[in-house]
Design a protein around this ligand. Structure first.
Ligand code: TXA
Ligand code: MG
Length: 352
């Protein structure tokens, strides 16, 4: 077992605080770091031994490719083959930011483990000063999945990373809680003019439309299980799931309240520990054993996105066995939020 180092960032001047982490990363060690979405578990994307350790530390299936993070646009030309003009426009408008673009990979530019044998690679430039500084100092493309054990909720604080990976990685850069709270949007380009959303995330379909108004946007259907094949390899796995049995309830306020109350009463009769996750307006409405809120009201979905994974981890920490979570409209960041909620609940979504 390794001793996992923690670098707690202080103040605005980051460069000197990241020297050791960058050197370890460059030397083939695993370093977790904050991004604007969730914490990533970074390794030099060209180094197969380093990338192998990511899969081992996470317990991640090897057919699920990793996102490669860059700090500046100059790094890109070494990694990918020529790509459509539409991709350049998106990069210009939305990078740095929570958008991963799947592009044709240059042969031999990256460890084959990164792409899981695909001819493409997902690339993003994170919008986080510490992430950009770390990548720039390490001076390599950084492969980084979310820094959780596979199947667990993604980490939005350094403490979450340590919960899952303490002793298994060289270090974690602690930059406080992440801003967006859900992972990046993963897209691929179909033809010259079509954006296909493979995984909804921090960049909303509305923001994509604003950035490139002439492009067509193919948004995943609300109930992704109705599709024959998952859109990205990672979407077929159980994810983000708390240990307790979870159900998402969506619809009319009065009906959903009655439905959840009945559920709580039944579970309590069965001697089960109950939990609810609701918008702030509803905090006082339920007598579950553990009542958590999204940290904001129904019209503040950004707060809900930020708080979701911490709440799921808290249910686990308190040993909650039955969980009801209030759903939301699939608009704006609500599309990604409902996607993660549905996955966390194993697609148990009740619409009233
Ligand atoms: O916000 C994020 O994207 C975070 C931070 C750390 O950057 N990273 C992240 O990585 O969420 P991960 O490994 O947990 O999820 C990567 C997703 C998976 O669903 C994977 O299947 C998909 O991106 N993906 C990666 N490369 C791909 C490719 N070439 N084609 C299609 N999907 C790809
Ligand atoms: Mg992940």
């Amino acid at each position: 077992m390794k001793k996992t180092k923690v670098w707690q960032l202080k103040g605005e001047t980051l460069a000197g605080q990241l020297t050791e982490a960058a050197e370890l990363l460059k030397a083939g060690e695993l370093i977790a770091f904050p991004t604007e979405t969730v914490y990533g578990l970074g390794a030099d994307a060209r180094n197969t031994q380093a990338v192998e350790q990511i899969f081992a530390a996470k317990g991640r299936p090897s057919d699920n490719p990793l996102i490669v993070h860059i700090a500046n646009i100059e790094q890109l030309s070494e990694l990918v083959l020529p790509y459509p003009e539409l991709a350049s426009q998106l990069m210009e408008q939305l990078w740095p930011g929570p958008l991963t673009i799947v592009l044709p990979v240059k042969p031999d530019a990256l460890s084959p483990l990164v792409t899981a044998g695909l001819a493409t690679v997902g690339i993003r430039m994170p919008d986080h000063a510490a992430a950009l500084e770390l990548i720039a100092q390490a001076n390599c493309p950084v492969a980084a999945p979310s820094a959780n054990r596979s199947g667990r909720p993604s980490p939005t604080t350094a403490a979450h990373v340590l919960e899952d990976l303490n002793g298994a990685i060289a270090g974690v850069v602690d930059g406080g809680a992440t801003g967006v709270g859900l992972e990046s949007t993963v897209i691929e380009l179909a033809g010259d003019n079509m954006i296909r959303i493979l995984r909804p995330g921090g960049v909303t379909p509305e923001q994509l439309k604003l950035a490139v108004p002439e492009a067509l946007i193919d948004t995943p259907p609300a109930k992704s299980e109705t599709e024959e094949a998952p859109r990205s390899p990672g979407m077929k796995y159980t994810h983000y799931a708390p240990a307790g049995d979870m159900e998402i309830v969506q619809g009319d306020a009065i009906e959903t309240a009655a439905y959840i109350r009945e559920g709580i009463a039944g579970a309590k009769r069965d001697g089960l520990k109950t939990g609810v996750l609701v918008f702030a307006e509803r905090e006082g409405d339920f007598d579950a054993d553990v009542v958590l809120t999204y940290g904001g009201g129904k019209h503040q979905l950004e707060h809900a996105a930020q708080r979701l994974y911490a709440a799921l981890r808290q249910f686990d920490a308190e040993g909650v066995q039955r969980i009801w979570a209030e759903g939301c409209e699939e608009q704006g960041i609500g599309l990604a939020l409902m996607n993660r909620l549905a996955k966390a609940a194993g697609n148990q979504v009740t619409r009233l």
